[in-house]
Design a protein around this ligand. Structure first.
Ligand code: FAD
Length: 327
């Protein structure tokens, strides 16, 4: 029986998912179906990654628009600022706001591979500056202000600006690859909170203590915003190795070995899902405010994780009420 149903049980912790923009038409169609399935789990938001330098801008927007038009899920746009001028970053934020997206994950992003340490950094040097810019653009936006009240000649009222729902930022429980030490990772996160971030989402980690220890250090360092643990069920040895390359976070040897010696794909799937569900259960028990699940654009593994944790919202069937046991 899922946790959180009736009887004064604790409400389900918020669940969110992360996707990347598809590169082909076929992948785009498959992603639409994935989004529909993920939406049935009633996530707090689904975030869509953004290629540093803007390479995926249009494809990211297409996915976000799909969510706005076909689901009632809150879309969150990752945005990067590395290599952009102030004017370009301004235009980018406006474009996403104009599309109806009001939640962002503000990132610095990485300079192109092969670029020198200072090459292509542009005007904005850190995610904190992008956080400030998002708030500023939001505040300057037209056309909010006084509007007439229909049916009452001469009467007006003030239309409130839609505030950014969430301005999230990245956090690195096991340290950013370029970090000079654990203290710096907390300082950088605090700087982003001071700039206006209201949520942090972590990089992958493989041991609950990495996350829980980081949260403890962040709280001691003055960070107060929620820090959502980012968790990914990894169901093939090749993907686990690739993630280590991409994130710089060493893969857990017990999972790596288990995946390597298991020949059967279904059994590999179960290994990855079990590992992620155990990790998620441990961080939730340790006080995590929710779960952010990296999907790799597939719904099966993340929904299986939620099933194991008893956190899946049962999809509504034709003609029945939508299941609304959240919050
Ligand atoms: P920042 O927080 O600006 O930090 C970047 C570096 O600068 C760090 O090394 C930090 O130590 C240092 N630094 C920053 N401010 C200070 C300061 N005041 N004093 C000293 N040092 C400082 N990348 C993409 O391209 N697209 C994505 O969609 C994307 N999504 C991501 C989602 C999540 C949840 C995470 C964890 C990462 C994601 N990334 C993405 C990767 C991210 O862009 C890189 O990790 C990048 O190197 C750092 O971005 P940041 O936002 O953490 O930068």
């Amino acid at each position: 029986e899922p946790a959180g149903d009736g009887d004064g049980a604790r409400p389900r912790p918020p669940i969110s998912f992360e996707l990347f923009p598809p590169r082909t038409d076929a992948a785009a169609i498959a992603l639409g179906r994935t989004i529909d399935r993920l939406a049935e789990a009633d996530p707090a938001f689904i975030s869509v990654t953004f290629g540093a330098g803007g390479s995926s801008r249009d494809r990211s927007l297409t996915v976000l628009r799909y969510m706005l038009e076909h689901t009632d899920v809150e879309p969150m746009a990752h945005l990067t600022c590395v290599g952009s001028s102030h004017a370009e970053a301004n235009r980018l934020v406006r474009e996403f706001l104009d599309a109806g997206v009001t939640s962002f994950l503000a990132l610095r992003g990485d300079p192109p591979v092969g670029a020198g340490p200072e090459a292509g950094i542009g005007d904005l040097e850190s995610a904190a500056e992008l956080v400030q810019l998002i708030h500023r653009v939001q505040e300057e936006r037209e056309p909010y202000g006084q509007v007439g009240i229909p049916g009452i000649p001469g009467a007006t009222r003030i239309l409130e600006r839609p505030r950014p729902e969430r301005v999230a930022v990245a956090a690195f429980p096991t340290g950013h690859p370029r970090s000079r030490g654990a203290g710096q990772d907390v300082d950088v996160l605090l700087a982003k909170e001071v700039a206006g971030a209201n949520l942090a989402i972590t990089q992958l980690f493989w041991h609950a203590d990495d996350y829980l220890g980081f949260v403890e250090r962040a709280r001691a360092g003055g960070v107060t915003i929620p820090i959502l643990p980012g968790i990914m069920p990894v169901t093939t040895p090749a993907r686990l190795a690739r993630l280590e390359q991409l994130t710089g976070v060493p893969a857990p040897s017990e999972l790596a070995i288990a995946l390597e010696i298991e020949p059967d794909a279904d059994a590999q799937f179960d290994l990855g899902v079990d590992f992620a569900a155990d990790l998620a259960g441990e961080v939730l028990a340790g006080g995590a405010p929710g779960l952010h699940l990296y999907t790799f654009n597939r719904h099966e593994a993340v929904l299986a994780v939620l099933d194991l944790l008893g956190l899946r919202t049962i999809p509504a069937h034709a003609g029945t009420e939508r299941n609304t046991r959240e919050r």
